[in-house]
Design a binder for this molecule. Structure first.
Ligand code: SF4
Length: 79
């Protein structure tokens, strides 16, 4: 298993635009409260492998309210 990156979603601030869902649907879904959710997360946080960083980083960069954050295995914030 490769090194783990961490995604965090500040879900309370989500405006439900759906961009993350369209860019990385394996990781992001829409909940019936009108906000996105990070699939497989616990407390809006989950780990991913390096191969899944690019698509989630693209989602984070496209999020209009900048509430998706990714940290590398050394704890450095990528976004
Ligand atoms: S891109 Fe950001 S604001 Fe839009 S649904 Fe995803 S987390 Fe929410």
């Amino acid at each position: 298993m490769g090194k783990k990156f961490t995604i965090e979603h500040d879900r309370s601030k989500c405006i439900g635009c759906g961009v993350c869902v369209s860019l990385a649907p394996e990781f992001w879904g829409m909940n019936n409260d009108g906000k996105a959710f990070l699939k497989g997360s616990k407390n809006n946080k989950r780990q991913i492998g390096e191969k899944d960083v690019a698509k989630n980083k693209a989602a984070a960069e496209s999020c209009p309210v900048n509430i998706i954050h990714i940290t590398d295995p050394e704890g450095k914030k990528l976004i």
